[in-house]
Design a protein around this ligand. Structure first.
Ligand code: ZN
Length: 493
């Protein structure tokens, strides 16, 4: 199925600041790179939102029939505590604190990351490379940038020369900054600084004797700068010029700006055709932050163990909540908002169940073809999931009217409606029907109540044949009936 041939998808390209028609470099194929987590702590809910947004984009591109290679890396070295190339490596610091090996830190939080994303039903990427697995590739790029004259070595460290690069290229074009303004707004370098300009960034850092994570290089033992790994891994798996690069809005500067500079300096090519950025998640109207306590972890939403929540929420409710906002808008999470999403989610799931059982007629009162086109139009408009969801609820309204025999639907239209609802709800939005179990238990309670009443009636009428039969057959099924002071109860083995 190559749906994409009939669809015009537009995406918001951060590089141009405009919505552009999406035309992949190689017809039918899409290469997409998304910056993954630095695995030194449990994954943030805000990061989950970013990865969920790109999961939805990955799913929609696949749904349209593209062959997508989705690369999302794991940062397991090189990410320092601040963006000015100073401070400790985040993973090494945690390892020291907990008296374990850095790779134990990496393992623990990579597992947590995968488990969390799996709960929210994210598809695994096609390739999930690690920074430490690509040290050789990173060293090769540094050599290339040095040869081209856009980097310099000082005391075993190598820095990217932003001022030199800016003479022939445009540093700051992604984030809309001008190098002159940046220079005007920064402090002067001191004599101890190794950099020529404050804007320069590390490609390779010399490892001090106490630094555990270190590799040999032509410049001595050290470790790569954080920005470099993404250039190395995206180039290796997607080529020097690829379709989509995604990440959180906060990575636009300096991380993505540096990625562009590194790639252009080493290959002479612009690395990415479409830059996509997902917006952040706030909590009760404020930025999430561990230090102020305005923070919530994914596991706490699922268990309900956080003071801001009145209850636990199913992962699919959280996912549905996230999909109700456009990926480029700020989304605010609160207990009220989650409760509203839970109601909407249940209504949608109930309608999905009713849809299967709808009786068909010789004609339709619901124009399914137009409605289906509206759904695609919404997604083709820069993956507009809130508008798509509004259309899905339009279908819910019709499903309920047909169920109540107030409207009719023809057989072909019902099939098309089922097809489209399944595709958008389950395949594209990635929502699962997690209320199915709950509904079953309600049904079981009702059936048992009925059986117990029939048995009690039989006993009252001294019809012990019937009452014993009910008890014995239930027993055989593993259901025990117990008569107590407050009436009859049941339990299941
Ligand atoms: Zn990156």
């Amino acid at each position: 199925m190559q749906l994409y041939k009939n669809q015009t998808l537009r995406v918001h390209n951060s590089l141009s600041g405009k919505k552009e028609v999406f035309e992949p470099i190689n017809a039918g194929y899409v290469g997409m790179y998304v910056c993954g987590p630095t695995v030194y702590s449990n994954v943030h809910l805000g990061n989950c939102r970013t990865f969920m947004s790109f999961d939805m984009i990955f799913r929609y591109l696949k749904h349209l029939g593209y062959k997508v290679r989705y690369v999302r890396n794991i940062t397991d070295a090189g990410h320092l505590e601040n963006d000015a190339d100073e401070g400790e490596d985040k993973i090494a610091k945690k390892a020291k604190l907990e008296k374990i090996e850095p790779m134990e830190v990496v393992q623990r939080y990579t597992v947590d990351f995968h488990n969390t994303l799996q709960k929210f039903n994210l598809l695994p990427p096609s390739i999930e490379p690690t920074a430490t697995g690509h040290i050789i590739e990173q060293i090769e790029i540094i050599k290339e940038i040095l040869t081209k004259g856009y980097a310099y070595e000082v005391n075993g460290s190598v820095y990217f020369d932003v001022v030199k690069f800016n003479e022939h290229n445009e540093y700051g074009k992604l984030s809309g900054r001008k190098l002159e303004d940046m220079i005007a707004n920064t402090r002067e370098l001191t004599a101890q600084d190794e950099k020529r300009n404050p804007q320069d960034f590390a490609l390779w850092k010399k490892a001090e004797p106490q630094h555990i994570m270190r590799w040999p290089s032509p410049w001595g033992d050290g470790f790569p700068g954080w920005h470099l790994e993404c250039t190395a891994m995206s180039t290796k798996y997607l080529g020097e010029h690829f379709d989509i690069h995604g990440g959180g809005m906060d990575l636009k500067f300096p991380h993505h700006e540096c990625e562009i500079a590194q790639a252009e300096a080493s290959t002479g090519k612009s690395p990415v055709k479409y830059w996509l950025h997902a917006n952040m998640l706030t909590l009760n109207g404020k930025k999430m932050s561990k230090s102020t306590g305005n923070n919530i972890y994914p596991a706490e939403i699922i268990s309900g163990e956080n003071d801001i929540l009145s209850k636990a929420y199913a992962p699919s409710v959280v996912r549905f909540f996230m999909m109700q906002a456009h990926y480029t808008s700020i989304l605010d999470l609160s207990d009220d908002a989650l409760q509203a999403s839970e109601k909407g989610y249940q209504r949608l799931m109930e309608a999905m169940g009713s849809l299967e059982r709808l009786k068909t007629a010789d004609k339709s009162d619901f124009d399914v073809k137009t409605w289906r086109k509206n759904c695609y139009d919404a997604m083709n408009d820069d993956f507009n999931t809130p508008v798509l969801i509004a259309h899905l609820f339009d279908a819910v309204k019709h499903i309920n009217l047909i169920k109540e025999a107030k409207e009719k639907i023809a057989k072909e239209d019902k099939a098309l409606l089922q097809d489209t609802m399944h595709a958008f709800v389950y395949d594209v939005l990635g929502i699962e029907n997690q209320s199915a179990g709950k509904d079953d238990s309600k049904v079981l309670d009702g059936v048992m109540e009925l059986l117990i009443e029939l048995r009690n009636r039989a006993r009252a009428n001294k019809d012990f044949d019937t009452s014993d039969k009910i008890r014995d057959e239930l027993n055989a099924l593993g259901v025990q009936i117990k008569d107590g002071k407050d009436g009859t109860t049941f339990s299941i083995n």
